[in-house]
Design a protein around this ligand. Structure first.
Ligand code: ADP
Length: 619
């Protein structure tokens, strides 16, 4: 073994650098050099024995023995140039020249050397090159022809060899040729083994690559049928590879995405360019992952496909278009898609916040300027009471108007502070048991005068046995006051406002209905957003800040309740609030599903604004 590895190391040292990188080429070069070196050395070793039998060698025999140096030169040629095919061709040429020279001197085709001609194409077969084999075969036949012609022309020297010696030489010729052919056969076998093991190593390498890649590699027909799909698909889709073959993958593509999927494959199959497509794929969930809410799970994948190239050629042309194939890499991009969606949502929220800021500025300029003008105007008149000759009643009237305007301003500011605190999650409610019926009647009484002034029929309908609820009584009052004052505000003269309360299951249901102007369907979804007012702001006939309903919404949320609005334009509106009878914590304390306020309002100072805002509505 040690001798063999030493010989192998020596041989490797002789190899041309171009043959050292690739194992198969290395094995081929070794198979060329080894038999030639050892064959020549063997022949040289046999030479003394031949001389002992033959006696003094003829000049030709000496030349023939000297010719055995040729394989050594050929090995050197390959080791120096790395030109494998040429080395084999030269080897065939050298061997056949030696054989013909020997055979010519020793009896032509009957010579012991002639049998060696058969080795020439055998040796060339090791090159693995058809050209070299054909060349060697033609060369051998040429040599046979030449020897026959020489014999026919009587150019062969007379055979003076003893018959016993001729027989011994013939046996030597056959034995040595057989020996050399056996060496060649072993070399061919070793080469075949090497290429098979190299092939399986290569296969294993690709198999491991495909197995360990998180991306899925697949081969498709242009109609989407899968010819091959790598095992990574199993962990991606939770289904065995066998199920994804053929149209198994296509059936998992979301129906809406199927045209895009097929178009991308068809485009790539046409051999034009690489194409890329994003689509949804159905994934099989394990029994514990599956929930009743999400029985089907889709993931987003990106598929990059390109035409399959065979031996460096893109399959193209009309004839091959039908069986053109596409190779694709499929990657899970669900997380990226979710991020994009989150970004889109954030963008929408930012746009809404911006719109809220714009609405806020528009509303505030109106809501602040009107009472301020009144305050300045009427206080001016009071300053000039002498000049204007105001009597006591006028002065009282103007003072009252200034007071009303001040109260209104205070309520606007308090509404903003409330919203700011709710939006930042700093608004605390203090739950305690209270009687909702009494609170409701009280609120209706507070607003009865305003309803009467507007010729609106305000009625409250709450059963005597309405149970106590646990919640913040001040918050409850503000909810009722805001809803009822809105109902009165948005109802024309002669209309009707009804406040009803009752119990459904474990909830107190409060319903405020009116026969007023109603809300357009487009606006309905945004009612309750801070500063949002239905219709166009500059067309408004009613004053307000657009904060009342969003405050109600937040207070209801803080009680873990729900608010809904049904409305029809010119027919009326019903706002329904459901509050749990016993206090429950809301799902999230901050945010309260409110569109953020304009940044300038976020840092609104802390303060007890709640009662004051209540005062606004009751004013
Ligand atoms: P505002 O101070 O403008 O009343 P709200 O938050 O209370 O603010 O209401 C927001 C908007 O919702 C109002 O501007 C109005 O367009 C609409 N709205 C609220 N309640 C009613 C109702 N009962 N009928 C018709 N529209 C209503």
């Amino acid at each position: 073994m040690i001798v063999l590895s030493i010989i192998r190391d020596c041989l490797d040292a002789l190899l041309h650098p171009s043959a050292r990188t690739d194992a198969l080429t290395r094995a081929r070069h070794r198979a060329f050099i080894a038999p030639r070196l050892f064959g020549s050395l063997g022949a040289f070793a046999v030479f003394p024995a031949y001389l002992a039998v033959r006696g003094a060698p003829s000049a030709l025999e000496v030349c023939a023995m000297a010719w055995l140096i040729a394989p050594i030169l050929l090995s050197w040629f390959l080791s120096r140039t790395g030109r494998y095919e040429l080395a084999y061709a030269l080897s065939s040429l050298a061997l056949s020249a030696l054989i013909v020279a020997l055979a010519t001197e020793t009896g032509g085709m009957e010579s012991f050397a002639a049998v060696w001609l058969i080795v020439v194409p055998l040796e060339a077969a090791l090159s693995g090159s058809r050209r070299v084999v054909i060349f060697a075969a033609v060369l051998t036949l040429g040599c046979v022809g030449a020897l026959t012609l020489i014999a026919h022309a009587g150019l062969l020297p007379p055979a003076d060899t003893h018959p016993a010696l001729r027989a011994a030489l013939a046996a030597f010729g056959v034995a040595s040729a057989t020996l050399y052919a056996s060496v060649l056969a072993f070399a061919a076998d070793a080469l075949a083994r090497t290429s098979i093991s190299l092939l399986s190593m290569e296969e294993e390498r690709y198999r491991l690559l495909a197995l360990n890649m998180s991306d899925v590699i697949s081969r498709h027909r242009r109609n989407g049928a899968v010819m091959f799909i790598s095992p990574a698909a199993e962990s991606l889709l939770g289904a065995p590879v066998a199920q994804l073959q053929g149209h198994g993958l296509f059936e998992r593509v979301h129906v809406a995405d199927r045209p895009a999927y097929l178009t991308a494959l068809a485009e790539a199959a046409r051999g034009n360019t690489a194409s890329s497509v994003e689509f949804r794929l159905r994934r099989d969930l394990s029994s514990d992952q599956r929930s009743s809410n999400h029985p089907i799970d889709f993931i987003w994948v990106e598929m990059r496909c390109r035409p399959l190239e065979r031996a460096g050629q893109v399959v193209s042309g009309v004839a091959s278009a039908a069986d053109a194939e596409v190779v694709a890499v499929i990657r899970n991009v669900t997380d990226r898609k979710h991020q994009e969606q989150a970004l889109e949502l954030a963008r929408g929220a930012a746009e809404r916040a911006d719109a809220a800021k714009t609405r806020f500025l528009a509303t505030m300029s109106h809501e602040l300027r009107t009472p301020l003008n009144a305050i300045i105007g009427f206080s001016d008149m009071l300053v000039q009471e002498q000049t204007l000759r105001l009597n006591a009643e006028r002065r009282r009237e103007y003072a009252q108007l200034i007071n009303d305007s001040g109260q209104h301003l205070l309520s606007v500011v308090n509404g903003i502070l409330d919203m700011s605190k709710m939006e930042s999650g700093n608004f605390e409610i203090v739950p305690e048991p209270f009687a909702p019926r009494a609170a409701l009647i009280n609120c209706c009484n507070l607003l009865a005068l305003r309803a009467r002034e507007n010729s609106i029929d305000l009625s409250a309908d709450a059963p005597q046995d309405l149970p106590d609820i646990t919640g913040d009584p001040r918050a409850f009052k503000q909810i009722v006051l805001n809803l009822v004052s809105n109902a009165i505000k948005f109802t024309e003269r002669g209309g009707k406002v009804t406040v009803a309360a009752g119990v459904e299951g474990t909830q107190l249901i409060l319903r405020v209905s009116d026969t007023g102007v109603g809300i357009a369907p487009d606006d309905l979804s945004r009612i309750g957003d801070p500063f949002f007012q239905a219709g166009k702001t500059y067309q408004r006939r009613h004053e307000g800040t657009g904060l009342g309903l969003s405050i109600v919404k937040s207070l209801v949320h803080l009680h873990a309740g729900e608010m809904s609005i049904q409305s029809k334009l010119d027919e009326g509106t019903t706002v329904t609030v459901a509050l749990p009878l016993s206090h429950a914590e809301p799902e999230s304390k901050t945010g309260n599903n409110i569109t953020p306020l304009a940044p300038s309002l976020r840092a609104a100072p802390e303060g007890q604004a709640f009662q004051a805002n209540q005062a606004k509505k009751s004013a």
